[in-house]
Ligand binder design. Structure first.
Ligand SMILES: [Zn+2]
Length: 418
């Protein structure tokens, strides 16, 4: 019932919202580690450690740890105490309590302080133990094997009082599909800063086997990353991530909407402004809209978009989505049309988007030749990272941040369907 090899329960007491369980090992005879003679008992020490919660309450373990003595008079070894994997030397938590806590952080959207409360230990005590176990998990050999599609992305991890480069984080993501074509995106590592040098530096630390295995390198439209891929992953095909391209489209559309809003009404969008009302709807794929939503879209555009700028930008955006929804050869044809036509669009925001896509033509079109590298994987990871940051009310220490998000986004969770 105690579920730990070589230990059994001597006594169970129920305290205030906790169980106090007294245990001992089954070792009856042992030899002296120095001379090998049979040792004799030299009393017990009471060792206390918090165990994983049980029956809905915290568990305090009291281990009557045996102390042994050598009977040989001229043996250098006088006394020693027994060991057991459940409670390490000077540990305040049992090893399974630590595994329980680290698993909870990885899978249950919880916080260190919540877990510390369940275990009835101090936050720092628990975090120290979690840190050691999580570091072990992350440095397991083989964690980085099998990456055929490597993605790179960046996000902001701390607020605006820091300089831009101190706020940004570059993240490396495994976007390899399994045999059934499913994507279990996982976060491989993060590095502070956002630059090609940061990414190239991380790639430089990887083994030759890792570099050789990467066939596709997905990226967002940022020159630094493209250069790092060219230098450090010379054999990989660089592919502009669909998620990032569509995000560029969303940004252009938002800019047009805000500009027209300002030009027509002279102020930023407010609750009853027609364009403001449809700011969310505009971003959806038209194929997902209901009859009612389409009517709302039409009514609001009619009221708020006299020169059709938002409408045209919206149509361009839908075309971009359409290319990625189509995939393969037909998708590539749509993308080629977009790259040819957007740069001369009369809407300046769309024209700028077109010029960006034209500069990245090769990496944009590579997406359609590689049976859809990534898509949504990066986004799924970013959502998990964001959630972790919110749960913790932000992080101050980058190393702690890195450990926490690597635990959460290790690819073992079921992401939303992609
Ligand atoms: Zn001895």
């Amino acid at each position: 019932m105690f579920n730990s090899d070589g230990m059994h329960v001597l006594d169970v007491q129920s305290g205030h919202r906790k169980l106090v369980i007294t245990v001992e090992t089954e070792a009856a005879v042992t030899g002296c580690p120095s001379c090998g003679d049979v040792a004799t008992g030299h009393g017990r020490r009471r060792v206390r450690a918090a165990d994983a919660p049980c029956f809905g309450v915290a568990v305090l373990l009291i281990w009557l740890k045996r102390v042994w003595r050598c009977v040989e008079t001229d043996c250098p070894q006088l006394t020693w105490s027994e060991t057991h994997e459940l409670v390490g030397t000077r540990a305040v938590l049992t090893s399974r309590a630590v595994v329980w806590a680290v698993d909870a952080l990885a899978h249950d959207d919880t916080t260190v302080s919540a877990l510390a409360r369940h275990l009835r230990v101090d936050w720092h005590t628990l975090w120290r133990a979690i840190k050691a176990d999580a570091t072990d998990r992350i440095s397991r050999p083989g964690r980085l094997t099998g990456v055929r599609t490597l993605g790179v992305d960046e996000h902001i991890w701390r607020p605006g009082q820091f300089r831009a480069n101190e706020r940004a984080v570059t993240s490396m993501v495994d976007l390899t599909r399994d045999a059934d074509g499913r994507l279990h995106a996982r976060l491989l590592d993060v590095r502070p800063g956002r630059s090609g040098t940061v990414y190239a530096g991380w790639l430089g630390e990887q083994t030759k086997d890792f570099i050789d295995a990467v066939e596709h390198a997905a990226l967002d439209p940022f020159r630094g990353y493209a250069n790092a891929i060219r230098d450090e992953l010379p054999d990989a095909v660089a592919v502009l991530d669909a998620f990032h391209v569509v995000r560029l489209g969303t940004q252009a559309l938002d800019e047009v909407r805000r500009r027209v809003q300002q030009d027509t009404l002279g102020h930023r969008g407010m609750k009853h402004d027609p364009l403001y009302k449809i700011r969310g709807l505009l971003r959806h794929g038209v194929e997902n809209l209901t009859e009612r939503q389409i009517t709302k879209l039409n009514t609001c555009l009619e009221a708020g978009d006299p020169d059709w700028a938002v409408t045209v930008a919206w149509q361009c955006y839908q075309q971009l989505r359409q290319a990625y929804a189509t995939k393969g050869k037909a998708g590539r044809e749509i993308a080629e049309k977009i790259i040819a036509s957007f740069p001369s669009c009369p809407i300046p925001e769309v024209a700028r988007l077109g010029r960006t896509l034209r500069q990245w033509r090769q990496q944009v079109l590579a997406y359609f030749d590689t049976s859809g590298v990534s898509n949504g994987g990066t986004e799924a990871i970013n959502l998990l990272i964001e959630k972790t940051r919110r749960l913790a009310h932000g992080f101050r220490n980058f190393n702690n941040y890195r450990l926490r998000i690597l635990l959460v986004a290790d690819g073992s969770r079921d992401y939303r369907r992609q």
